[in-house]
Design a protein around this ligand. Structure first.
Ligand code: PRP
Ligand code: URA
Length: 212
């Protein structure tokens, strides 16, 4: 695992292997969906690394003992629609009791600016540790807008999880929200003239839902 100032790149071989198949343009919708879910779960291990533990007493078949469980932390998962939806089930496999809030944003193809069209958050979002999910961090406009939105609702603890980031997106989030840690499977080379990540994987939403 490589760690830069605000971004952790998960270079575990299993993650890199699955990411390669995900990038491949011959990978179909079914496999793409499965891979996004699996990658999200793997990445969830690292994202939840610092969760607090508490000691409980249990009895094994051999004797009584003290052992550790996750302390009752309030977590929230926030997918950015549409593509972030593909990451929810993988993350919920690890933290099944987390509440889920949705932020609907699409990127205007001309201006590349995020346009909000939906938002439904847990009522106690301000008290939760939030994990924002979106497979792609390109210009960073969508992630910055989503995080702005959450902070305006009072959120204080936010992590961002992306499968692939462009350097431009990492920089944009770091400048706008230096307190937000970013977890990615790869930081790619650059954005192209249409704001797509190079080499990237194409349009994550279209590949996930079979549109286009
Ligand atoms: C994609 C992606 C991010 C955004 C990244 O969504 O899922 O939300 O683009 O680009 P940015 O960093 O430049 O903002 P898109 O707008 O294509 O919507 P979709 O998920 O509904 O397909
Ligand atoms: N959104 C995507 O789905 N892919 C990109 O490469 C950039 C933005």
């Amino acid at each position: 695992m490589k760690k830069y100032s605000n971004v952790t790149v998960m270079d575990h071989p299993m993650i890199q292997h699955k990411l390669t198949i995900l990038r491949d343009k011959t990978t179909g919708v079914k496999e793409f969906r499965e891979l996004v879910e699996e990658l999200s779960m793997f990445m969830g291990y690292e994202v939840t690394r610092n969760l607090a533990l508490e000691e409980v007493e249990i009895e094994t078949p051999v004797c009584k003992t003290k052992s550790q469980v996750i302390a009752g932390k309030k977590l929230g998962i926030i997918p950015i629609l549409r593509a972030g939806l593909g990451m929810v089930d993988g993350m919920l496999k690890l933290i099944p009791a987390a509440k889920v809030g949705h932020i609907g944003l699409y990127r205007d193809p001309e201006t590349l600016q995020p346009v909000e069209y939906y938002c439904k958050l847990p009522s106690d979002v301000a008290e939760r540790d939030l994990i924002v999910l979106d497979p792609m961090l390109a210009t960073g406009g969508s992630a910055v807008a989503a995080i702005n939105f959450l902070k305006n609702k009072g959120a204080k603890s936010i992590k961002l999880v992306n499968l692939i980031a462009a350097p431009e997106g990492v920089k944009a989030v770091a400048e706008a929200h230096p307190d937000v840690e970013i977890y990615v499977a790869a930081v790619d080379e650059k954005l192209n003239d249409h704001g797509y990540i190079v080499p990237g994987l194409g349009d994550a939403g279209d590949r996930l839902f079979g549109t286009k």
